[in-house]
Every structure is written in structure tokens, then in C-alpha cells.
Design a protein around this ligand. Structure first.
Ligand SMILES: [Zn+2]
Length: 100
């Protein structure tokens, strides 16, 4: 009885580590694209450089930068219509490709 319990625990831990590493990967990708985001003009309030990327999924509150990114929640349409940027000034949301 003890051995299967330990195995289960180890499997769970590996799964958790996998989730963390995926988050890290996603994190690095979005950080690289940050500079171009600053040059976008908001269609809602015409401010420049107020756009921030919307991240979907459950963020880790310990490492998530709420100033830099908006949280889109864990529900996506998944058909390319989900907004991926948000203005921190007027809360306008939309697709980044429409502004570039
Ligand atoms: Zn705006």
C-alpha cells in the first residue's frame, strides 16, 4: 500500500513541474515581444504605450506582473477572436494584429 502512494505523489510532483516549465516558456516569449507593444496607439483613448498583453489561464500571483499584463481568464473562444491586448488607461481590449 505504501509504494503506490509514493508513486502517485511523485507523479503529481512531476506534473506540477511540467506546468511550471510551460509557464516559464510562455513568459519568456511574451517578454521578448514587449518593445513593439509600446509603439501601439490605443483606438479607445489614443494613448501611446498603454497597451499590455492579455494572458490567458490562471496566473501565479507570486510571479505574475499585474502591472505589465492583463488577465484574460481561462476561457477562450479559441477561434482567433479572443482579444490579446488591453489598454491600461481605458481598458480597451482588442486584437493586436488589427493595430499593426
Ligand atoms: Zn486606451
Amino acid at each position: 500500500m505504501i509504494v503506490p502512494m509514493l508513486t502517485l505523489e511523485r507523479t503529481t510532483r512531476q506534473f506540477t513541474e511540467f506546468i511550471v516549465s510551460v509557464h516559464q516558456y510562455f513568459w519568456n516569449m511574451t517578454t521578448k515581444r514587449r518593445k513593439r507593444l509600446r509603439s501601439l496607439i490605443c483606438p479607445g483613448c489614443a494613448a501611446v504605450g498603454t497597451m499590455r498583453q492579455i494572458l490567458y489561464g490562471m496566473p501565479d500571483p507570486d510571479v505574475f506582473d499585474f502591472e505589465k499584463y492583463a488577465v484574460g481568464g481561462c476561457c477562450m473562444n479559441g477561434d482567433g477572436t479572443d482579444p490579446d491586448i488591453q489598454c491600461r488607461n481605458c481598458e480597451w481590449e482588442g486584437l493586436r494584429k488589427d493595430l499593426e
